[in-house]
Design a protein around this ligand. Structure first.
Ligand code: HEM
Ligand code: HEM
Length: 175
């Protein structure tokens, strides 16, 4: 087996794009907007929709991942590094799911579905009083670090080890 299943490949790149959009929208825009800002409700809508889409796609992806054959872990040059890559991939699944679930929990705690999509009432003064907000913020930092390490590792394989890693996460004959 030389490549991941094509459904997994399509989901990898689609979810990568959505996760990067959600991380940038959350960390660069939402976090710095006070809840009293009249634009905030409009800014929350797309973030919540993208977050829920990520949750649904990630559950499909997990099922496809568990049901299809995958290539053996790519040789990173040292057995411990190769192992780390394997576990890092499962950690990415766990952190993305934790991110989406804590987002849903926060939105329930703060009554966001009605406020953002139903036009009922106004935003609470701040989200900081909700336990899920702390989880969402902490997991966001971990996920940003892991995605940075993941991209660095992919570039290390592709350009320093020159082992053609990207082919494994692209479409084509699977051998
Ligand atoms: C745009 C930047 C990204 C690049 C260049 C990239 C590249 C890659 C490559 C080349 C592989 C194949 C590794 C192998 O053969 O074992 C891979 C696997 C993987 N990537 Fe990414 N990736 C990116 C973003 C992401 C993001 C944002 C996530 C988190 C949602 C992610 C999650 C995964 C996972 C979990 C795997 C393992 C395959 C699986 O079990 O589904 N990647 N990535
Ligand atoms: C994988 C999916 C998601 C990612 C990557 C993501 C990312 C982020 C990030 C980076 C922040 C800023 C946190 C900080 O830096 O402290 C944030 C804030 C937030 N997110 Fe998400 N999020 C996701 C899913 C969701 C979902 C599903 C919802 C709700 C249904 C949601 C609602 C919120 C809210 C209400 C905030 C708080 C904004 C504020 O404090 O003003 N997120 N998100």
């Amino acid at each position: 087996m030389t490549r991941y299943h094509p459904v997994l490949v399509a989901l990898h790149w689609l979810i990568a794009l959505l996760v990067l959009m959600a991380l940038v929208a959350g960390g660069a825009v939402l976090e710095h907007m006070p809840n009293s800002d009249p634009e905030k409700v409009a800014a929350l809508g797309p973030h919540m929709v993208i977050g829920i889409a990520i949750l649904a796609l990630m559950l499909v992806r997990l099922a496809v991942r568990l049901l299809t054959q995958t290539p053996l872990p790519a040789d990173a040059g040292h057995p411990l590094l190769t192992q780390a890559g394997h576990w890092a991939h499962w950690a990415l699944y766990a952190l993305v799911l934790a991110m989406a679930l804590s987002g849903v929990a926060l939105s329930v705690q703060a009554g966001l579905p009605g406020i953002v999509f139903g036009g009922e009432g106004t935003l609470p003064e701040s989200f900081d009083v909700y336990s899920a907000r702390a989880v969402h913020g902490a997991v966001a930092s971990l996920l940003m670090l892991l995605v940075a390490a993941h991209v660095a590792a992919a570039l290390y394989h592709q350009f320093l080890r020159r082992d053609g890693l990207f082919r494994r996460m692209w479409f084509g004959a699977r051998g």
